[in-house]
Design a protein around this ligand. Structure first.
Ligand code: FAD
Length: 417
């Protein structure tokens, strides 16, 4: 197949990596996004972890209890805010169906394999382009305050270890040797799992640096342009209507994050994606020596942390609560308290950058990376809590599929429908 013109809908980390891969394969590419620059929505201030060693699906046997208890307790790992939205209820029913031990194991096998595959492609993109994004390559630390938490995480990790993902069990003292920045935590912790192969970096910086490289390769970006409708003629998309006029291409790739289902529903395409809300704060580091060297997750506090250059990012919360991204400072109080207890000695929490993001979650946790039932429309959507980690691999898969090549990856679990 010769070069074609692709219109990539969405300039988050998924859309931009897709555009880059398509352009690298010789296609003409245009990217359209409603925001005035790339990665301003869910890819803006996520936890930053590139984490194959945490590539588990969220739907698990413990999830239904967490969701139920969240109705009267605010400290659960997954929270539900009941809403009069039948779409939310339908998504939650689908999610609950994925919560058996067997489904959790099968889904986690898909997500962790995709994260591993993706890491190779992400590293390839970084090598090819030289983009800089406050990357840290020294691994990630997964911390457990209780012995029971550590035991269960360690036995669960067997599945990942079988795949060749390294996870080393550590005492508090070992953890401190790997990362002296954990001085306020290591003493209280039962221990941790250290994943030397995991990485981290700022997805917003990465995506915008990649926009520059893609532009140099001839990719056109149309920002501040909202897609309003995909118009079908026969079995193909004929044009895309936007608030800045119509756009046409040979093929279209849908990468609209949490908004993806809305734009294709009228085409009969049912994408089981619902937003799962999370919070982050970003604060300046005041003492580099005392700050964490690598990122990680404090499981009992349900908090991820990540050094990003001279900043520290801390994230928490998974709330099934619809598309609302509004927040008040009070929403951040529990996160701020815990973050300050851990890192108050090395970062300035007096004026944090607050952010709320919506993870585009599928019930099973894996994205949909496939051709849609409409011939020239491709889907790269639903990357949930691991979209930064999965973006490189999913872009490579789509770039193979559109050219009729069999991807070097088993698509089982990623297909539409
Ligand atoms: C709190 C939090 C922490 C996270 N931590 C991690 C982590 O540590 N590691 C990890 O791997 N992942 C993490 N994630 C997940 C990751 O951030 C997402 O999976 C990823 O950013 C999704 O990228 P995307 O490109 O699909 O979506 P987005 O970044 O949302 O991109 C979609 C784009 O579509 C555009 N758009 C939408 N509608 C329209 C329209 N009608 N017209 C034009 N443009 C439109 C938007 O403007 C946006 O730019 C986290 C997410 C959250 C919320």
């Amino acid at each position: 197949m010769g070069p074609r013109h692709f219109l990539v809908l969405g300039a988050g980390v998924v859309g931009v990596t897709t555009a880059y891969k398509l352009a690298a394969n010789g296609h003409r590419v245009t990217v359209v996004d409603a925001e005035d620059r790339a990665a301003m929505v869910t890819s803006y201030a996520n936890a930053g972890l590139l984490a194959p060693a945490q590539g588990y699906a969220w739907a698990s046997p413990s999830a239904p209890g967490l969701m139920l208890r969240s109705l009267w307790r605010g400290d659960q790992a997954i929270r539900v805010r009941p809403r009069a939205s039948w779409r939310q209820w339908r998504w939650m029913l689908r999610f609950l169906r994925e919560c058996t031990a067997a489904r959790h194991a099968a889904n986690s096998a898909v997500t962790s394999a995709l994260c591993q595959f993706s890491q190779l492609h992400m590293n390839r993109i970084v090598r090819e382009t030289g983009v800089r994004y406050d990357a840290v390559q020294g691994g990630l630390m997964y911390i457990y305050r209780s012995s029971s938490g550590l035991e269960s995480a360690d036995s669960k990790a067997a599945m990942l270890r079988q795949r060749g993902i390294r996870l080393e069990r550590m005492s508090g003292r070992d953890m401190l040797e790997v990362d002296p920045g954990l001085s306020r935590i290591a003493g209280d912790a039962a221990g941790g799992l250290y994943a030397p192969g995991d990485e981290s970096g700022d997805a917003h910086l990465f995506t915008n640096a990649l926009v520059e490289r893609a532009e140099a390769m001839g990719v056109t970006f149309r920002f501040s342009t909202r897609v309003t409708r995909l118009v079908r003629r026969g079995s193909t998309i004929a044009r895309v209507e936007t608030d800045q006029g119509d756009m046409t291409a040979d093929d279209y790739v849908l990468c609209l994050g949490v908004r993806s289902p809305d734009l294709v529903r009228h085409l009969g395409i049912d994408l089981p994606i619902w937003p799962v809300r999370g919070y982050s704060i970003t604060v300046p580091v005041t003492d580099r020596e005392a700050a964490p060297r690598i990122g990680g997750v404090d499981y009992e506090n349900l908090m991820a942390y990540c050094p990003m250059g001279d900043r520290l990012r801390i994230t928490a919360t998974a709330e099934i609560a619809g598309h609302d991204r509004r927040f008040t400072q009070a929403d951040f109080a529990p996160l701020l308290d815990k973050a300050q207890a851990m890192f108050g000695h090395c970062a300035d929490f007096s004026n944090p950058e607050y952010w709320v993001g919506l993870r585009p979650m599928t019930p099973h946790g894996a994205p949909i990376v496939d051709r849609s039932p409409v011939g020239n429309l491709w889907l790269n959507v639903g990357h949930g809590h691991l979209g930064w980690t999965m973006s490189g691999g999913c872009a490579a898969i789509i770039a193979d599929l559109v050219d009729g090549r069999v991807p070097n990856y088993d698509l089982e679990g990623l297909r539409y429908g």
